[in-house]
Design a protein around this ligand. Structure first.
Ligand SMILES: O=C(CO)COP(=O)(O)O
Length: 253
Protein backbone atom coordinates (compact mmCIF):
# COMPACT_ATOMS: atom_id res chain seq x y z
CA UNK A 1 0.00 0.00 0.00
CA UNK A 2 1.10 3.50 -0.82
CA UNK A 3 0.36 7.04 0.31
CA UNK A 4 -2.30 7.32 -2.39
CA UNK A 5 -5.83 7.25 -0.94
CA UNK A 6 -7.26 3.83 -1.81
CA UNK A 7 -10.44 3.60 -3.85
CA UNK A 8 -12.76 0.64 -3.50
CA UNK A 9 -15.22 0.68 -6.38
CA UNK A 10 -18.16 -1.58 -7.16
CA UNK A 11 -19.30 -2.18 -10.73
CA UNK A 12 -22.82 -3.52 -10.53
CA UNK A 13 -22.92 -4.26 -14.27
CA UNK A 14 -26.42 -5.25 -15.49
CA UNK A 15 -27.73 -6.16 -12.05
CA UNK A 16 -30.41 -4.68 -9.79
CA UNK A 17 -33.53 -2.74 -10.66
CA UNK A 18 -33.88 0.79 -9.30
CA UNK A 19 -35.68 -0.49 -6.20
CA UNK A 20 -33.08 -3.18 -5.55
CA UNK A 21 -30.24 -0.73 -6.14
CA UNK A 22 -31.67 1.81 -3.69
CA UNK A 23 -32.08 -0.90 -1.07
CA UNK A 24 -28.49 -2.10 -1.51
CA UNK A 25 -27.12 1.45 -1.53
CA UNK A 26 -29.03 2.29 1.67
CA UNK A 27 -27.58 -0.79 3.40
CA UNK A 28 -24.10 -0.04 2.17
CA UNK A 29 -24.32 3.53 3.42
CA UNK A 30 -24.96 2.29 6.96
CA UNK A 31 -22.34 -0.43 6.76
CA UNK A 32 -19.47 1.81 5.64
CA UNK A 33 -20.40 4.89 7.65
CA UNK A 34 -17.33 4.49 9.85
CA UNK A 35 -14.88 4.02 6.98
CA UNK A 36 -11.97 6.46 6.97
CA UNK A 37 -9.02 7.06 4.66
CA UNK A 38 -10.63 5.18 1.82
CA UNK A 39 -12.77 6.38 -1.07
CA UNK A 40 -15.80 4.36 -2.07
CA UNK A 41 -17.68 4.36 -5.36
CA UNK A 42 -20.49 2.27 -6.76
CA UNK A 43 -21.61 2.11 -10.37
CA UNK A 44 -25.25 1.04 -10.75
CA UNK A 45 -26.96 0.69 -14.08
CA UNK A 46 -28.25 3.86 -15.79
CA UNK A 47 -31.87 3.52 -14.72
CA UNK A 48 -30.86 3.40 -11.05
CA UNK A 49 -28.33 6.24 -11.05
CA UNK A 50 -30.56 9.11 -10.00
CA UNK A 51 -32.30 7.21 -7.21
CA UNK A 52 -29.06 5.79 -5.88
CA UNK A 53 -27.39 9.22 -5.96
CA UNK A 54 -30.33 10.62 -3.97
CA UNK A 55 -30.04 7.78 -1.46
CA UNK A 56 -26.32 8.38 -1.01
CA UNK A 57 -26.47 12.16 -0.76
CA UNK A 58 -24.38 13.36 2.16
CA UNK A 59 -22.58 10.00 2.46
CA UNK A 60 -18.98 9.30 1.52
CA UNK A 61 -20.02 6.93 -1.26
CA UNK A 62 -19.61 8.33 -4.76
CA UNK A 63 -21.79 7.26 -7.65
CA UNK A 64 -20.43 6.32 -11.05
CA UNK A 65 -21.88 5.25 -14.38
CA UNK A 66 -20.64 2.23 -16.31
CA UNK A 67 -20.16 4.01 -19.64
CA UNK A 68 -21.04 7.20 -21.49
CA UNK A 69 -21.21 8.42 -25.06
CA UNK A 70 -18.73 11.06 -26.15
CA UNK A 71 -21.07 13.36 -28.05
CA UNK A 72 -22.72 16.16 -26.10
CA UNK A 73 -26.22 15.64 -27.53
CA UNK A 74 -27.99 14.77 -30.74
CA UNK A 75 -29.56 11.96 -32.72
CA UNK A 76 -27.80 9.08 -30.95
CA UNK A 77 -30.62 6.77 -29.94
CA UNK A 78 -29.92 4.91 -26.74
CA UNK A 79 -26.88 6.92 -25.74
CA UNK A 80 -26.17 8.92 -22.58
CA UNK A 81 -23.94 12.00 -22.41
CA UNK A 82 -21.55 13.14 -19.72
CA UNK A 83 -23.80 16.06 -18.85
CA UNK A 84 -26.71 13.67 -18.30
CA UNK A 85 -24.60 11.62 -15.93
CA UNK A 86 -23.59 14.67 -13.92
CA UNK A 87 -27.23 15.70 -13.79
CA UNK A 88 -28.19 12.24 -12.48
CA UNK A 89 -25.70 12.63 -9.62
CA UNK A 90 -22.57 10.90 -10.92
CA UNK A 91 -19.05 11.98 -10.10
CA UNK A 92 -17.32 9.01 -11.77
CA UNK A 93 -17.68 7.00 -14.94
CA UNK A 94 -16.14 3.65 -15.89
CA UNK A 95 -14.70 3.78 -19.40
CA UNK A 96 -13.35 0.99 -21.58
CA UNK A 97 -14.46 -1.95 -19.48
CA UNK A 98 -13.43 -5.22 -21.14
CA UNK A 99 -17.05 -6.29 -21.45
CA UNK A 100 -17.72 -3.20 -23.54
CA UNK A 101 -14.63 -3.93 -25.62
CA UNK A 102 -15.66 -7.59 -26.05
CA UNK A 103 -19.40 -7.25 -26.66
CA UNK A 104 -20.09 -3.69 -27.75
CA UNK A 105 -17.31 -2.74 -30.12
CA UNK A 106 -15.45 -0.40 -27.79
CA UNK A 107 -12.01 0.46 -29.16
CA UNK A 108 -9.01 2.31 -27.78
CA UNK A 109 -10.05 5.23 -30.00
CA UNK A 110 -13.61 5.45 -28.66
CA UNK A 111 -12.20 5.09 -25.16
CA UNK A 112 -9.98 8.09 -25.84
CA UNK A 113 -12.95 10.21 -26.90
CA UNK A 114 -14.99 9.07 -23.91
CA UNK A 115 -12.22 10.01 -21.48
CA UNK A 116 -12.13 13.44 -23.11
CA UNK A 117 -15.92 13.80 -22.74
CA UNK A 118 -15.80 12.72 -19.10
CA UNK A 119 -13.02 15.12 -18.19
CA UNK A 120 -14.68 18.05 -19.86
CA UNK A 121 -17.78 17.45 -17.76
CA UNK A 122 -15.65 17.10 -14.60
CA UNK A 123 -16.42 13.42 -14.26
CA UNK A 124 -13.64 11.20 -12.95
CA UNK A 125 -12.92 8.53 -15.55
CA UNK A 126 -12.12 5.04 -14.31
CA UNK A 127 -10.18 3.91 -17.35
CA UNK A 128 -10.09 0.11 -17.70
CA UNK A 129 -7.37 -1.86 -19.42
CA UNK A 130 -6.29 -5.48 -19.36
CA UNK A 131 -5.17 -8.41 -21.45
CA UNK A 132 -7.10 -11.53 -22.41
CA UNK A 133 -6.02 -15.02 -21.47
CA UNK A 134 -4.73 -15.71 -25.01
CA UNK A 135 -2.73 -12.48 -24.98
CA UNK A 136 -1.17 -13.37 -21.63
CA UNK A 137 -0.31 -16.86 -22.81
CA UNK A 138 1.27 -15.45 -25.94
CA UNK A 139 3.46 -13.22 -23.77
CA UNK A 140 1.76 -10.07 -25.04
CA UNK A 141 0.50 -8.66 -21.74
CA UNK A 142 2.78 -5.63 -21.66
CA UNK A 143 2.40 -4.77 -25.34
CA UNK A 144 -1.42 -4.93 -24.99
CA UNK A 145 -1.36 -2.67 -21.94
CA UNK A 146 1.09 -0.34 -23.65
CA UNK A 147 -1.22 0.15 -26.64
CA UNK A 148 -4.36 0.52 -24.53
CA UNK A 149 -2.71 3.24 -22.44
CA UNK A 150 -1.00 5.07 -25.30
CA UNK A 151 -4.08 5.23 -27.52
CA UNK A 152 -6.59 5.65 -24.68
CA UNK A 153 -4.66 8.65 -23.34
CA UNK A 154 -3.44 10.00 -26.67
CA UNK A 155 -3.24 13.79 -26.96
CA UNK A 156 -3.84 14.42 -23.27
CA UNK A 157 -1.53 16.47 -21.11
CA UNK A 158 -0.89 15.48 -17.52
CA UNK A 159 -2.67 18.57 -16.14
CA UNK A 160 -5.93 17.45 -17.75
CA UNK A 161 -5.63 13.95 -16.34
CA UNK A 162 -4.99 14.67 -12.68
CA UNK A 163 -8.18 13.04 -11.44
CA UNK A 164 -8.20 9.99 -13.70
CA UNK A 165 -8.15 6.53 -12.16
CA UNK A 166 -6.77 3.51 -14.02
CA UNK A 167 -8.17 0.03 -13.49
CA UNK A 168 -6.10 -2.98 -14.47
CA UNK A 169 -8.54 -5.82 -15.09
CA UNK A 170 -7.04 -8.91 -16.67
CA UNK A 171 -9.93 -10.29 -18.72
CA UNK A 172 -9.18 -13.88 -17.65
CA UNK A 173 -9.72 -12.92 -14.01
CA UNK A 174 -13.11 -11.23 -14.46
CA UNK A 175 -15.99 -13.24 -13.08
CA UNK A 176 -13.94 -16.41 -13.24
CA UNK A 177 -12.87 -16.74 -9.62
CA UNK A 178 -9.33 -16.83 -11.03
CA UNK A 179 -7.72 -13.82 -9.36
CA UNK A 180 -4.33 -12.66 -10.57
CA UNK A 181 -1.73 -13.43 -7.94
CA UNK A 182 -0.64 -10.34 -6.11
CA UNK A 183 2.72 -10.63 -7.83
CA UNK A 184 1.05 -10.66 -11.25
CA UNK A 185 -1.05 -7.65 -10.29
CA UNK A 186 1.95 -5.77 -8.95
CA UNK A 187 3.99 -6.53 -12.06
CA UNK A 188 1.28 -5.15 -14.34
CA UNK A 189 0.62 -2.12 -12.14
CA UNK A 190 4.30 -1.31 -11.99
CA UNK A 191 4.52 -1.56 -15.76
CA UNK A 192 1.53 0.77 -16.18
CA UNK A 193 2.92 3.30 -13.70
CA UNK A 194 6.30 3.42 -15.37
CA UNK A 195 4.64 3.85 -18.76
CA UNK A 196 2.62 6.73 -17.31
CA UNK A 197 5.84 8.22 -16.01
CA UNK A 198 7.33 8.07 -19.49
CA UNK A 199 4.24 9.65 -21.05
CA UNK A 200 3.22 12.18 -18.41
CA UNK A 201 6.07 12.58 -15.94
CA UNK A 202 6.84 11.36 -12.46
CA UNK A 203 4.55 13.62 -10.40
CA UNK A 204 1.55 12.35 -12.36
CA UNK A 205 2.64 8.70 -12.25
CA UNK A 206 3.29 8.92 -8.50
CA UNK A 207 -0.17 10.22 -7.70
CA UNK A 208 -2.43 8.38 -10.16
CA UNK A 209 -4.33 5.52 -8.62
CA UNK A 210 -4.25 2.13 -10.28
CA UNK A 211 -7.01 -0.25 -9.17
CA UNK A 212 -6.96 -3.99 -9.62
CA UNK A 213 -10.10 -5.75 -10.84
CA UNK A 214 -10.86 -9.43 -11.41
CA UNK A 215 -12.40 -11.73 -8.79
CA UNK A 216 -11.56 -9.49 -5.84
CA UNK A 217 -13.15 -11.01 -2.73
CA UNK A 218 -12.94 -10.45 1.02
CA UNK A 219 -10.38 -13.26 1.33
CA UNK A 220 -7.90 -11.89 -1.23
CA UNK A 221 -8.35 -8.12 -1.07
CA UNK A 222 -5.88 -7.47 1.70
CA UNK A 223 -3.03 -9.34 0.07
CA UNK A 224 -3.59 -7.42 -3.16
CA UNK A 225 -3.84 -4.08 -1.38
CA UNK A 226 -0.50 -4.69 0.34
CA UNK A 227 1.30 -4.45 -2.97
CA UNK A 228 3.04 -1.10 -3.50
CA UNK A 229 1.36 -0.21 -6.80
CA UNK A 230 -2.15 -1.50 -6.04
CA UNK A 231 -4.24 1.47 -4.95
CA UNK A 232 -7.68 -0.03 -4.79
CA UNK A 233 -10.08 -2.46 -6.35
CA UNK A 234 -12.75 -2.45 -9.03
CA UNK A 235 -15.13 -5.16 -7.96
CA UNK A 236 -17.91 -6.89 -9.86
CA UNK A 237 -19.55 -9.93 -8.25
CA UNK A 238 -18.48 -9.21 -4.69
CA UNK A 239 -19.87 -5.66 -4.85
CA UNK A 240 -23.48 -6.77 -5.30
CA UNK A 241 -24.03 -7.79 -1.69
CA UNK A 242 -23.57 -4.79 0.64
CA UNK A 243 -22.19 -6.92 3.50
CA UNK A 244 -19.56 -8.48 1.29
CA UNK A 245 -18.66 -5.19 -0.35
CA UNK A 246 -18.32 -3.50 3.05
CA UNK A 247 -15.72 -6.13 3.98
CA UNK A 248 -13.70 -4.97 1.00
CA UNK A 249 -13.99 -1.37 2.14
CA UNK A 250 -12.66 -2.40 5.55
CA UNK A 251 -9.94 -4.56 3.98
CA UNK A 252 -7.42 -3.25 6.46
CA UNK A 253 -9.18 -4.33 9.66
O1 LIG B 1 -15.20 -6.61 -14.14
C1 LIG B 1 -15.00 -6.44 -12.95
C2 LIG B 1 -15.20 -5.10 -12.35
O2 LIG B 1 -15.35 -4.12 -13.32
C3 LIG B 1 -14.59 -7.54 -12.07
O3 LIG B 1 -15.64 -8.43 -11.96
P1 LIG B 1 -15.54 -9.63 -10.88
O4 LIG B 1 -15.16 -8.97 -9.57
O5 LIG B 1 -16.92 -10.20 -10.85
O6 LIG B 1 -14.51 -10.57 -11.36
Amino acid sequence: MSSRTPLIAGNWKMHKTGTQAVEAAGKLKRLVDAARDVEIMIAPTYTALYQVAQTLKGSAIAVGAQDLFYEKQGAFTGKISSEMLVDAGCSHVIIGHSERRQFFGETDETVNRKIQAALSADLIPVFCIGESEAQREAGDTFSVLDKQVRVGLKDFVSEALTRIVIAYEPVWAIGTGKTATREQAQEAHQFIRSLLETLFGKPFADTVRILYGGSVKPDNVRALMEMPDVDGALVGGASLDPETFSKLVFYNE
